[in-house]
Design a binder for this molecule. Sequence first.
Ligand SMILES: Cc1ncc(C[n+]2csc(CCOP(=O)(O)OP(=O)(O)O)c2C)c(N)n1
Ligand code: SF4
Ligand SMILES: [Mg+2]
Length: 270
Amino acid sequence: MSDREWYRERIRPGSLPHFFCPGCGCGQIMNFFLQAAEEVDLDFDNLVAVGGVGCTARIPVYLDADALHGIHGRVLPWATGIKLHKPELDVVVFAGDGGVGAIGGNHFIQAARRNLDVTVIVVNNLNFAMTGGQVSPTTPSGLNTMTTPYGNREERFDLYELARSAGATSFSRWNTFRYQPATDSIKSALDHRGFSVVEIISQCPTHFGRYALGSGEPTKGMEWIEDKSITIAEADGLTDGEKKDKFVLGDFYSEKRPIFEGSTVYGEEK
Ligand SMILES: Cc1ncc(C[n+]2csc(CCOP(=O)(O)OP(=O)(O)O)c2C)c(N)n1
Ligand code: SF4
Ligand SMILES: [Mg+2]
């Protein structure tokens, strides 16, 4: 079967055209996921894709797998319920920076602490996109958003630091410019047993682009992100101040730990 047919069979019939704005990174990231899924031979009959409310959260709607599309921020409680009831299912969560960093932050922490056996793909477009471009916990300081017209006065936080300290067992970060490593990291995350996170810094031309960068051009957003991106090796030896405005990219770590399979029963390492 050609790649094109494989993809077509995995898009939910009748779900297109999609609702993403032209040039939005969500479409690219869905494509990275599909490519990774093909390469690891992910069985879509065994997949549950989970999304809350948000632009990112629409991705499961377009995949021809079982999907849960519900309340903003509650993706990890649903993922927990699915894994408790049917641990044999593959569960992939698609969440925005708001979904896991703001309203769903505590759910993210507890799921990481338990090492819930799911993959979380975070589309970090640096703002609450669906609701009009409000500031989010990952919006870099100083930038304008719809709700920070004089510049964001808060510090952003780092989802890697959060995930690692909470107990996630695998974390990678890339951007939409770096298609191949992003796809490879999704493949590894799908193969990982435990709580794996792939964060992808993504352009939102419609809101973040216009408010923060003064341009709704998707390429401008991608270039801006790429210009601020450095690898883990390049970040090595930089002070916190020097890394403050950068996006550090790479496969940060992957480790084994017993997974969560209920309140009293923990599974064996694979
Ligand atoms: C319980 C609840 N609170 C708030 C909202 C409004 N809301 C919908 S999407 C969203 C933010 C989405 O931001 P993010 O998770 O980063 O996703 P994006 O749209 O940027 O992909 C908010 C605040 C909601 N729908 N439900
Ligand atoms: S508002 Fe931003 S994140 Fe949402 S679909 Fe449009 S470009 Fe993408
Ligand atoms: Mg967002």
